[in-house]
Design a protein around this ligand. Sequence first.
Ligand code: NI
Length: 228
Amino acid sequence: MNQNIKNRLKRTAILCLLAFAIMGGITFYQIQNRMAQITPKPGQTIERPVSQIAGLNIGGPFNLIDHNGNEVTEKDYEDKHKLIYFGFTYCPAICPTELQKMVRVLKELGPAADDIQPLFITIDPERDTPEVMHEYVKLFQNENLIGLTGTQPQIDFVTRSYRIFATKVQEEGMQDYTVDHSSFTYLMSPDNKLMSIYRIKDSVDFMTQDILSRLPKNSDSDSDTEGT
Ligand code: NI
């Protein structure tokens, strides 16, 4: 690898990390503020603060294009829970790490993972065409993982409704831009209600246990309806 490319990758990695730290910090601070406003009922302890976030209005309908070039909407995945991560394929560090983590969680979940549709939605549709997404999702070796892209307005719409911060950054002397973005993995119910938000610091184990605690108890892998 020549020195220029190395330097560029290094800078992109640093920018990506910085962006995550700053935006993740701000967004999570806001979420925590919001959580602090929610008063627990008498005698109730907050065991998993993350569940308090479920009151936040995050998520919504979308029109996107999957990595096979098909037009899809949220309705195409409404028979399953969803694990959704937003990122971009050129991200050198955080996005691949978080997607790898998602795939490991699905593995840990075993048969329960049959009830979960993993989605990777790009925040960089300009470069992340369906073809690019198709090649990228293959790297994670989970045949259920679906990459979603779309037009810029379609992506803007979905990032807004999921409150994902994403902005292009072009540094002087850099040929390619990078994208600063927040890094969250969302667990959504089959009817697209927010169930949990996972952060970079949440481990595979934590995510697995949290997801198991939220899935309907008798979820044998056959497609029966939601228990609640
Ligand atoms: Ni990233």
